[in-house]
Every structure is written in C-alpha cells, then in structure tokens.
Design a protein around this ligand. Structure first.
Ligand SMILES: Cc1cc2nc3c(=O)[nH]c(=O)nc-3n(C[C@H](O)[C@H](O)[C@H](O)COP(=O)(O)OP(=O)(O)OC[C@H]3O[C@@H](n4cnc5c(N)ncnc54)[C@H](O)[C@@H]3O)c2cc1C
Ligand code: SF4
Length: 799
C-alpha cells in the first residue's frame, strides 16, 4: 500500500514532537515532509534563556540533528516558508516555489512575539526574544552597548533581563503591572522575587507604560506615558505572544485567537490538523511545552488510527529559569471567596509557599525559594487530590523518605514531556539505564527545561540502589580491587597509619604501589589522622615535594602568598630585588592574581624563599591555592560588601590545607562577579546584606559553573559554611577529584543537606580546625631543616 503523505508546517517544538510520536506508533506508514521557516534543525526554544544567561550554547540546544531527519526518511526544507494551503486540492506552496501534496497536513506555526506598536518600535536595537536570531542579536548588542531596557516583567522578560545582566549590560525592566509575573505569582512571591532580582543588579520600573522609543536610526531610550524617560541602547520587548494564524486564516481554516481544533486536534477542514501555540483548544491557547506535547500525543494517536479519547486540556505550571532564583507556580494563584490557603513564609531562609485549597481539594500553588515540592504539587493538583493526601505525602518526606520514593507510579516527574515515575522506573529496569543522559534519551524526561534532572537522578538512585553502587565500583588503581571508600573505611577500622601498612594489610597486588595510589594513600591517611600522620614526602609529586612548580626547561617557578591578591610597595620592592638578584626568566601575573617568578634554578629555591621572606603561595599544591578578590565596597561603585577583606580571611584561614585536588576561590562584592566566583571551587558573591556561597565551579578543561550552596548574612558564616563544605569534600572525594566533579557526582542538594544540618556543620568545622591546627609553612620549614636542604636542593645551603 502506498504511504500516506504527511506534511508538517513548522519545524518547532510541538510539530516535531507530534512527528516523533507518530514515528513511534507507526514508523513506516507515512512519507513525511517538514517545512521550517528557521534555517536550523528542531531546537529547544526553552533553552534560549539559558543560552542568553551563558549556561549553555546555541550549538547544544538542538533536539533533533540533521541526521535524525535522514534516519527517519523525513524530507526537511529548512529556511523555507509555506505561503499558501490549497485545501481543495490538498497542496501546500512555499516562498521558494515548491508545491507539495498532502494526505494529512499539520499546522504547527507557533506564535509571533507581540510587538507593541509604539512610535520608534522599528528602530535598530529593538528586538523580541523568540528565536536564535533574537538571541544572537542580544549577544551581539552586549558586545557593543551598555544599557538594555526590557519591556515586560513576565517570565520571558525576566529571563531575558537576567541574560543581559550576565552579558554585562545594565538592565532596566519596565512592567505595566504593580508587581512582577502577575499571571503566575501572587503579590507576596512577586515582591520576594523582585527583591532578589534587584540584589542581582536588575532595576525595575513598575506601573510604567512606555509611550515612545527614542533615537534616530538606533534606539537611544524610552519615554513613559507619565512623562519620565530612561536611556537605552537595546530594547527587548517581552510583552506576550500571539498565535501565528495568518496562513491558516488566509487558507480558509477556522480561526479565533488560535486555529480552532477539537479534542483530536482536527480543524474544521478535513485532513488539516493544528498543534502547538498556534492552536486553540476549548478556547484555550497554550504557551508552554507541556500542554503542547500532550496535544502532540493526542494528534499522533488520531492520525495513526489508534483509539484515544483525545486531548482534554492541561493544568499549567511555570518555573522561572534564572539561576539562584527558584520560583514555581501551578493552577490557581490567588485566593477566592471560597478558597482557603496553607501559607508558610520563612523570612530567614527567604522561602515562601502558598497552597490553595477549595472544597478540600488542592487547586493551586506558589513556591518561592524552595521549589522541590513543585512536581509533586503539580501532579496532585492535576489529579484533583485531596488536601489530606498532600499533608500525608509531606509527613513522609519530613520523615526522611525521598520525594521520589513517596510518589506513585502515575505521578509526573518531567512536566514538560509528561513522563511519569512509572515510565522512568520501567525504562531504568528494563533497558538497564544507569545515567540521567540515558533516561533522557530513552524517555524524553528532562529533555526540555531540565528542571526535573535532579528528580530523575534521585529515581536512578532509588531504583538501582546497591546495584547502582556495584555497577559504578571503581578501584583506586590497578594495585588493588578496593574502591576509595573501601580503602578509607579500612584505614579507619583497622587503624592503619602508613601507606606501606595499608598496602600490606589490604593485600596490594604490587609491593611498592604506583604513582596513582601512593599520593592518594598519603592524602587519605593525612585526612583521617590530621594530627598523627607524618607526611610521606616521597609519595608526593615533584612539585609538592619541592614546593615549587617544575617548568619544561627544568627550572622552577615561585609564587609567594599574597592574601586576597593584595600587596604593598615593600613586598613589591622585595619581589623585584629577588627577581633581579636571581635573574629570574620572567615575572608574570597569574590568573589567580599572584606574582609568579619563573625560571628559578632548583638550587636557588631556598635562597629565593629566604630573601623573599614571604609564605608559600602553594601554587603547586593539591591544597587551597589562591582566593581571588574584586575591589569591593571600599572602592568600587557597585560593591556592596568588603570582598577583599572576606577573601583575605578565607585565604588566611585555609592556607596550606591539604585537599583532594587544588582548590581555588573567588570573592566578589556584587553579581558582576569580577573575581569570577562562578567558575571557582568556592565562589563567594556579596549582595546587599547577604553573601552567596557557590561551590563546584571550574574554569579548567572541564568548564563547570559553580552552584549556589547557601546564602548567609555574615562573614563568619561564610567561613563556617566554606569550612564545612571543604571538610566534607576532603573526607568524601577521591584523591585528584576536583570539587566540580565531586559536586556533579553527589549533587548539590546532597551537599546542601549536609552543610545546612547545624550539628553536622559544627562537627565538620571542628574536624577542619583540627586539620588546620597542624599547618606549618613549608618554605620556612625547609629552610630550618639541614637534611631536607641537602637531600632535596643539593649543593645549596641557605645562609
Ligand atoms: C526564550 C523562551 C523561553 C521559554 N521558556 C519556556 C519554559 O521554560 N517552559 C515552557 O514550557 N515553555 C517555554 N517557552 C515556550 C515554548 O518554547 C513554546 O511554547 C514552544 O516552543 C511552542 O512550540 P510550537 O511548536 O508551537 O512553536 P515553535 O517552537 O515556535 O515552532 C514554530 C515554528 O514554525 C515556524 N513557522 C512559522 N510559520 C511558518 C510557515 N509558514 N512555514 C514554515 N515554518 C513556519 C517558526 O519559524 C517556528 O520555527 C519559552 C519560549 C521562549 C521564546
Ligand atoms: S564584582 Fe566587585 S569590582 Fe566587580 S563591579 Fe562588583 S563590586 Fe565592583
């Protein structure tokens, strides 16, 4: 039988999802042709916000590569617009002169951004935020201009504004209502959100209506109806969208606000369907992917001739994608005369939760600051659950039961893609999945906005349990079959005190160990017995053995410590004198704000240290290295806190601490983050009255953005939480595992749980103090030991 001709107009999220569903049901039944106005394969529009905010790149947001179309025999015409539908003869026409006949036609043309018809709206520098081109326009503008104005304080406007801040622009948000995101949040949550965003550097003009966009060729500013005006080099309009229905309308398909469809997504014209943001179902037009994907499923089933009751409409939920700001809402937002609400406001933790109840049933929720319950609440509200069921589920999680464990199989884990717990668990069990990526590939869960990634990861742990552990068991090196955790446990249990003893008792396969296990064992022993363990210098790598970095010509480089990156004239003079005296090859400023003297001969090292008279900067060590700082409140116009002082305190406290790998820190005094804390092992950002502590960042080969660990009020707390984090990392990470890999592996939530537990935090701090108490400055130590000087630095004797 000849295949049916299926044509899709619109290569976007909803249309392609419908095709994916069809391919799953009847892989070989249709000849599929797709027309897409944009010149790209199907990409994740949701992630544009994350691209703008610097969390991901355009090249990484493709959902279906070109190859996918080929593999599935789909004829794709990218960059080609359908201009006419001849519904009588069942043919579509394109702007490039193509005619294509169809048996079934799906219209999935999405929406157009709504552009306010303001005078000046056509000027250069005015853009919407809808597609890759808009995103690129904004990124480009940020390279040349300083001030951005975002019209619209809704979800999209705020995500755009955060992105523009990240791109280094000054950002004003103009909003017509008197509070932000009024369609998704109540006033209380919106006010908390505004405060948070203001502290990140966003500036708001509420209850303001723009009357004109000023400028000659390019925009120079905005004028307001009430007479005010602000300057702007870039104007982003994020005031709403309107379904893209022109083509359907001109072709005689019934249209209201969107293209009118029934529960099977059929329009009034035979064999023409509509899905996505362009469709209107039961007088509702949706602007989020979860309902659009549900529509795609219903449409696929219908086209494939499956029995299905059709699409019945969706309960919506919203999550703001701005890092460090957790906001969630679903169902009804504001109280009515017949509703009651459960409200919890924790001013200290800055969290707010409101759950609306009507006739004992949950009808809506707003969460700010802690959105972990979002998925559960959405699921309960969708099924019209009783308030009692919610309270019981809460009791279970208070008792320590994980949220996913307490969920039923039908409950939805991935809201965007409608993937239930049962589907994921079955896929993990039946297809042997062991990673979030595999679950994503198999089930689509976490393939869109990504907010359910942690739940998916919890499900993996919950489902695989010990087996998961067994699968990932990795010995510390080829000399033993034992894992890092097993070795550390044996050291503790059997009271082993020296590497040789560990190797002997634990039946190492080699007599001497290897370059992998020797330094690792020395580290673990030092970590377990900070006071008793005598460092096994011979196990250390050359840089640590010699306390300087060996360079490729066999000379060494020397970096004196300079707390917080601050120096003074006297120290600079001394450094200059030393550099001259020992004829160092180069004096260089390091990426960590320190001075590097390169090209020092090994035998000169002790004399160089002696003449410098400064402590070692540990530029060579698996230890705390530098704490980079920004100028901070003392001098900078934007600074809100004493970042330099904070950095100095951190560096002084943790100086010389042995860690599994090098640890770098950064402290800034505002979200501009000049000390680049976002890519440090510990990054501290000072805001008005608050310090944010980020951990697990890395600017090296595996670039990783740090994640927010905690927000605290005082410098003392920054020290306390940093100590707890570092000690926990010291005790649990594998040797040579950077904090970035460690945090990625165990998950930030886990680390947060530990350091937020008052008892655990205080115990970790006590053990950290113990580890720090035995610190000895290594350069002066070497200078005091004739034997070390002789053994390691040969001919040299320091005078
Ligand atoms: C920055 C941003 C962030 C978002 N964040 C979220 C979020 O966090 N959560 C969420 O659920 N949703 C979010 N959304 C909304 C979500 O992206 C949309 O709901 C979804 O993409 C709509 O899918 P669609 O297929 O209907 O439309 P689209 O994805 O817009 O696809 C329609 C496609 O059709 C093409 N087209 C139009 N006319 C023609 C024609 N005549 N011929 C050929 N091609 C044509 C268009 O160029 C477009 O590529 C966000 C949207 C944006 C812009
Ligand atoms: S991070 Fe520090 S130096 Fe940079 S702008 Fe903010 S306060 Fe100023």
């Amino acid at each position: 039988m000849a295949k049916k001709k299926l044509v899709l107009i619109g290569n976007g999220m909803a249309g392609i999802r419908a095709i994916e569903e069809i391919l799953q049901l009847l892989p070989d039944q249709f000849d599929i042709t797709v027309f897409g106005k944009e010149p790209y394969p199907n990409y994740n529009r949701i992630q544009l916000s994350k691209v703008l905010q610097g969390d991901t790149e355009i090249k990484d947001i493709t959902l279906n590569e070109w190859q996918w179309y080929e593999d599935n025999g789909i004829l794709l015409y990218p960059g080609e617009t359908v201009t006419k539908i001849d519904k009588e003869n069942q043919v579509v026409y394109t702007d490039k002169g193509k005619e294509t006949a169809y048996d079934y036609l799906i219209i999935a043309t999405g929406s157009n951004p709504f552009m306010l018809p303001l005078p000046g709206a056509d000027k250069e520098g005015v853009t919407a935020f809808r597609d890759i081109e808009d995103c690129e326009k904004m990124i480009d503008a940020s390279n040349h201009y300083k001030r951005a104005a975002v019209i619209g304080g809704g979800l999209l406007g705020l995500e755009a504004a955060r992105g523009l801040l990240n791109l280094g622009m000054e950002v004003d948000v103009i909003h017509i209502s008197d509070y932000l995101m009024e369609r998704q949040l109540d006033r209380a949550a919106a006010e908390l959100l505004q405060k948070e965003l203001e502290s990140q550097g966003m500036n708001f003009y509420l209850e303001k209506q723009t009357s004109e966009i000023t400028g000659k060729k390019r925009v120079t500013g905005l004028k307001f109806k009430d007479g005010g005006a602000i300057p702007a080099d870039l104007v982003v309009m994020a005031v709403g969208i309107k379904p893209n229905v022109a083509l359907a309308q001109e072709s005689g398909v019934d249209v209201n606000r969107g293209i009118i469809v029934n529960d099977h997504m059929e329009t009034n014209v035979p064999n023409i369907y509509a899905v996505g943001e362009c469709a209107e179902h039961r007088e509702m037009v949706y602007g989020l992917v979860a309902p659009l994907y549900e529509q795609g499923q219903a449409l696929a089933k219908h086209i494939c001739g499956m029995n299905h009751q059709g699409y019945k409409g969706s309960v919506l939920s919203t999550q703001l994608k701005v890092s460090g700001v957790d906001v969630f809402s679903t169902g009804l937002i504001n109280e009515t005369a017949d509703s009651k609400s459960i409200k919890v406001f924790d001013e200290w933790q800055n969290t707010y939760k409101k759950i609306l109840v009507q006739d004992d049933k949950l009808t809506g929720a707003v969460l700010f600051g802690d959105t972990k319950e979002g998925t559960k609440l959405l699921s309960l509200i969708k099924k019209g659950a009783n308030v009692q069921e919610y309270l019981e589920s809460q009791q279970a999680s208070d008792d320590g039961e994980s949220i996913v464990a307490a969920m039923s199989d039908e409950e939805i884990i991935c809201g965007c893609n409608g993937v239930s717990k049962g589907t994921i668990v079955n896929a993990i069990k039946n297809d042997g999945l062991t990673t979030v990526e595999q679950v994503k590939g198999k089930t689509n869960a976490s393939r869109s906005c990504g907010t359910c990634k942690n739940l998916v990861s919890d499900l993996l742990t919950d489902t695989l349990g010990d087996e998961y552990e067994a699968d990932t068991k990795e010995s510390i090196c080829a000399c033993t079959d034992l894992t890092r955790d097993e070795v550390v446990a044996e050291i503790r249990e059997k009271g082993l005190t020296h590497s040789k003893e560990v190797m002997n008792v634990l039946e190492w396969k080699t007599e001497e160990g290897c370059s992998k296990c020797k330094p690792a064992l020395n580290y673990y022993l030092g970590m377990v017995y900070p006071e008793e363990h005598e460092d096994e210098r011979e196990s250390r790598f050359v840089n640590e053995r010699l306390h300087a970095n060996i360079q490729k010509d066999g000379t060494y480089s020397v970096v004196p410590r300079m707390y917080g990156g601050v120096t003074n004239a006297e120290d600079l003079r001394t450094i200059a004198d030393v550099a001259e005296k020992y004829e160092v090859g180069m004096i260089k400023l390091t990426g960590g704000q320190r001075i590097d003297l390169l090209g020092v001969k090994k035998e000169d090292l002790p004399d160089v240290w002696k003449d410098l008279g400064m402590p070692s900067g540990y530029a060579y060590g698996k230890s705390v290295r530098t704490v980079k700082t920004c100028v901070g409140a003392e001098f900078c116009r934007f600074g809100t806190q004493d970042s330099t002082g904070m950095g100095i305190q951190l560096e002084k406290k943790f100086e010389g601490l042995n860690t599994p790998h090098k640890v770098k820190m950064g402290v800034s005094a505002c979200p501009r983050n000049c000390a680049e804390g976002g890519i440090k092992d510990v990054g501290v950002v000072g805001l008005d009255g608050v310090w944010e502590v980020y951990v697990g960042g890395n600017g090296g080969t595996d670039l990783r953005k740090a994640e927010l660990l905690v927000k605290v009020k005082t410098q003392q707390e920054v020290l306390e939480y940093t100590a707890a984090f570092l000690q926990y990392y010291r005790e649990n990470a594998s040797y040579l595992e950077r904090t970035s890999h460690y945090v990625e592996r165990v998950g930030i939530e886990h680390v947060q749980e530990i350091v937020n537990d008052d008892q655990l935090r205080s115990e970790l701090n006590a053990r950290m103090d113990q580890a720090l108490s035995v610190y000895q400055e290594p350069w002066s130590n070497v200078l005091e030991s004739e034997t070390t000087l002789k053994d390691l630095y040969q001919k040299v004797t320091a005078k």
